[in-house]
Design a protein around this ligand. Structure first.
Ligand code: NAP
Length: 247
């Protein structure tokens, strides 16, 4: 049985993943800020341990990762999933909101990598999956603070692929469409092809068993988004603007 480390394990996709993997008998380290949620999860699963840390705080996250290694051994698989999403009106820019998204969604992953990569390189093995989003593929309405963090993660993972894969470390990027969670509960529009966190967790676990670099789901949505990705700009803006009723 492997030692999985999951950031953002207290709710949504992360909690569903943590529950499924612990249910299958793996050792699971769950990291998040809400201690109570982590405690509840660890009460449900004997092989799950929660560690409270803010992924945006490099020292606190490093301490949590080191504690997890001390208690459960080297991390075999890391799913870097913690993230926030606040829809934005781009006519009113508050730099603090943009900075906060970057600190949690992007630097939160970098902070975790700092605690995980050195051991994996030394051991010549490991598996890291980073949770991005289809919102990182092209700029979408309301996503001005969130989307760039997810685009940055895709670029980060592509770049790290060249550094880590030669050392035996498997690297994957996960791009979900709409998943029903606390994060998307703020959306005031109908989310196409919405799936549950449990379905997302199954897609991720299955995708991580493949050798694909990108894990994209649900296909009914990511195929459409994949098409938009390669559309010429003029057509892309017209189509998305029309679809969302913006113009
Ligand atoms: N839902 C979707 O439609 C969708 C689509 C594409 C990608 N995603 C991505 O999937 C990931 C999980 O999102 P979700 O939908 O499951 O939302 P969620 O239910 O809000 O879960 C977010 C998780 O991240 C944790 N988190 C947030 N800020 C943190 C911080 N500063 N330090 C540590 N942990 C933090 C939260 O825990 P605490 O609050 O306890 O810290 C929570 O466990 C995110 O990266 C999100 O961008 C979601």
């Amino acid at each position: 049985m492997a030692h999985y480390l999951i950031t953002g394990a207290s709710s949504g996709i992360g909690a569903a993943l943590a529950g499924r993997l612990a249910g299958a008998g793996h050792h699971v380290t769950g990291i998040a800020r809400r201690q109570q949620r982590l405690t509840e999860l660890s009460q449900q699963h004997k092989t799950l341990q929660g560690y409270m840390a803010d992924v945006g705080d490099p020292a606190a996250l490093m301490t949590a990762i080191n504690d997890a290694k001390t208690n459960s051994g080297p991390v075999d698989v890391a799913i870097l999933n913690a993230g926030i999403y606040q829809p934005q009106d781009g006519t009113k820019i508050d730099p603090a909101v943009y900075e906060h998204h970057m600190r949690i969604n992007y630097l939160g992953v970098v902070n975790a990598l700092a605690g995980l990569v050195p051991d994996m390189i030394t051991n010549g093995r490991g598996h890291i999956a980073i949770v991005s989003s289809v919102a990182g593929w092209r700029g979408l309405p309301k996503s001005a603070a969130y989307g760039p963090t997810k685009a940055a993660l895709i670029s980060l993972a592509e770049s790290l692929y060249f550094d880590l894969v030669p050392h035996g470390v498997k690297l994957q990027i996960i791009c979900p469409g709409f998943v029903e969670s606390e994060a998307t509960a703020v959306n005031d529009f109908e989310m196409p092809d919405l799936i549950s966190c449990d379905t997302a967790a199954v897609e991720i676990i299955n995708g991580m068993e493949t050798n694909d670099f990108s894990i994209n789901f649900p296909k009914s949505f990511t195929r459409k988004m994949g098409f938009l990705r390669f559309l010429p700009d003029r057509l892309f803006f017209r189509l998305v603007g029309k679809q969302t009723g913006i113009f």
